[in-house]
Design a protein around this ligand. Structure first.
Ligand SMILES: *Cc1c(COP(=O)(O)O)cnc(C)c1O
Length: 231
C-alpha cells in the first residue's frame, strides 16, 4: 500500500511528464485533491505532504471538513459537485471556489450570499460537454451567456470553465470533447482577461487533459484510493 504522500509524489511526477510531452510548463497545471467521501485524517495527511487545494462534492460534508481544518493555514476549498439553490448560502460562506455553477440563478444567489468579510468567490462554470442528461452543466451554446452573467456579479470572480467528460467515451470522442473545451477556454480568455482556469482531467484522463490545455486536474482515486458507490 502506498501512502498518500507517495501517491501525491507520483501524481506530481505524472503531471510533470504530461506537461513536458505537451511542451508546457509544469507549473501551469495545478493539482486539486478531491477528498469527497474520504475522512478528514486523509486531508491532514495530504496537507502534511504539502497539498493545499481540496475539492468536495457534497455541501454538508464539505462544510464539516472545512470547519474541522480551520487550524490549517493556506487551505483552498473548491466546491465541485451539483448545488441546489437551498444550499448556496453554506457554499458562499465557506468555500473559496465553486467550479460547478451551471445556471444564472445559482450564480446570483452565491453573489448575494457571499459575506463582505471574504474576498469574492472564484467561479468556474460547468460545461456539459457531452450533452449527458445525467450530468449538470450548461451546453456549449449557453456558455457565453452564463460567463457574462457571472462576470457582471460583483461578489463573484469568473476564473474559467470546468467539465466532466462522458465516462465511457472512446479516445477519439474524448479528444474531440477536450478540443472543444480548449477552444471555448481560449475564447473566454480573450473576452475576460482574468480567466485562467481550465479545470479538466481526473485520475484516468489526466494526461490527455494536460495535452488539451488543462490548468487544473482534479484527482480523487489516484490520491486517496477508490471510493464506495456514493462517490
Ligand atoms: C469525484 C470527482 C473527481 C475525482 O475523480 P477520480 O476519478 O476519483 O480522480 C473529479 N472531479 C469531479 C467533479 C468529481 O466529482
Amino acid at each position: 500500500m502506498q501512502t498518500i504522500a507517495e501517491r501525491l509524489d507520483i501524481a506530481h511526477n505524472a503531471i510533470k511528464l504530461a506537461a513536458k510531452a505537451a511542451h508546457r510548463d509544469y507549473h501551469s497545471v495545478q493539482l486539486l485533491a478531491v477528498s469527497k467521501t474520504k475522512p478528514v485524517s486523509d486531508i491532514h495527511l495530504a496537507y502534511k505532504a504539502g497539498q493545499r487545494m481540496f475539492g468536495e462534492n457534497y455541501v454538508q460534508e464539505g462544510v464539516e471538513k472545512i470547519l474541522h481544518c480551520q487550524s490549517l493555514s493556506g487551505m483552498e476549498w473548491h466546491m465541485i459537485g451539483p448545488i441546489q439553490s437551498n444550499k448556496t448560502k453554506l457554499v458562499a460562506e465557506h468555500f473559496d471556489w465553486v467550479q460547478s455553477v451551471d445556471r444564472e440563478k445559482i450564480a446570483r444567489r452565491l453573489d448575494a450570499q457571499r459575506p463582505e468579510s471574504l474576498p469574492p468567490l472564484n467561479i468556474c462554470i460547468q460545461i456539459n460537454i457531452d450533452d449527458e442528461s445525467s450530468k449538470s452543466g450548461v451546453g456549449l451554446d449557453q456558455a457565453d451567456t452564463l460567463m457574462a452573467a457571472v462576470e457582471s456579479l460583483p461578489r463573484l470572480t469568473l476564473r474559467g470553465i470546468m467539465a466532466i467528460p462522458k465516462a465511457n467515451a472512446s479516445d477519439e470522442e474524448r479528444a474531440h470533447s477536450f478540443a472543444r473545451l480548449q477552444q471555448l477556454f481560449s475564447h473566454a480568455q480573450e473576452r475576460f482577461p482574468q480567466v485562467d482556469t481550465l479545470s479538466l482531467g481526473m485520475s484516468n484522463d489526466m494526461t490527455t487533459a494536460i495535452q488539451y490545455g488543462s490548468t487544473m486536474v482534479r484527482l480523487g482515486t489516484a490520491l486517496f484510493g477508490s471510493r464506495d458507490k456514493k462517490g
